[in-house]
Design a protein around this ligand. Sequence first.
Ligand SMILES: [Zn+2]
Length: 326
Amino acid sequence: MKPILTTTTGSYPIINEPLSTNWQVSVQLAVEAQIEAGIDLLVDGQVRSDIAGLFAPVLGQNKSNGKANDTEVLPHQIKVKITPQAVDSRALIEDYKYAQEVARSKGRTDPSDLKAHITGPVFLAESCRITQDAPYRLPKTLTGDYDVDPDLVYDIADALTSVVREYRAAGAKYIQIDEPSLAYSSKEKMEVTLEALARLVRVDPQATWILHTCGNIQHQFSDLIEKTPPALKVLFIEAAHLREMQNVDEALLSRTQRQIMYGCIPVNTGTLPGTQKLQRELAETVNRLGPKNVFGVSPYCGLRLSTPDHAQQTMHLLTEAARVLG
Ligand SMILES: [Zn+2]
């Protein structure tokens, strides 16, 4: 039996920001580190920026004044309508392809071994500062219910579809959508989220789609599992919250034909669980959910804020713990 698949959430520690713009060096370090640790499904490390900043060019806002870097303060300053035609995904695809090259040079010959990442449209919309003349409604309050303009979310989702197509053309089989802010979502926000996810996944239902969320999605999970397109096959749950989600079991996952990406190692806490404890937890979880319903295991979240040493220890712990299930 094959051991359970291991992967990371997407980001690798910041190594040479902001002085160097030699991104290839950073991508290479990120990919080599994962291969050294024995990670199965690789990522390019999202080395250029955080997950909001990384997708700023995708929103196509810089063409109106020709300046390349006026998004520095806030990743997404929205001035004009977001359209798929204005999307600039060169940097994303360049890094993805370079990561493939590095992986190949290290003996990883399957180009689909590299997971592509899309920052979710809801999170991107929430990272936007909308200018007065932008064709979107300005957020009303900071504390009210969901107040991001749904049209902004949907336009971002539609723009992201062209990035999806490019990743697929580059050979990506696995596409992960990162929506870190879904925990505690209102009903209204969930409705917008479900529509945005559907627009993305519909572009290419043949891809293996993975949804990453952060924190406690206990109250959002039934919507995600029952109301997203079946092509969004893999849903993420953190170990700390799976314990409380007793309704998530083998029967539910088999009926809905979903799989769980199991986040099993906390990040940014400075400490790591012991190997044996983690192995025991993994075995229990796989037993509870059913082996075929567990897509893979990963840390809770991205490693961007870890040190390279700590990231390496985290990845080693993950692959070592996953090995016992083989
Ligand atoms: Zn996360």
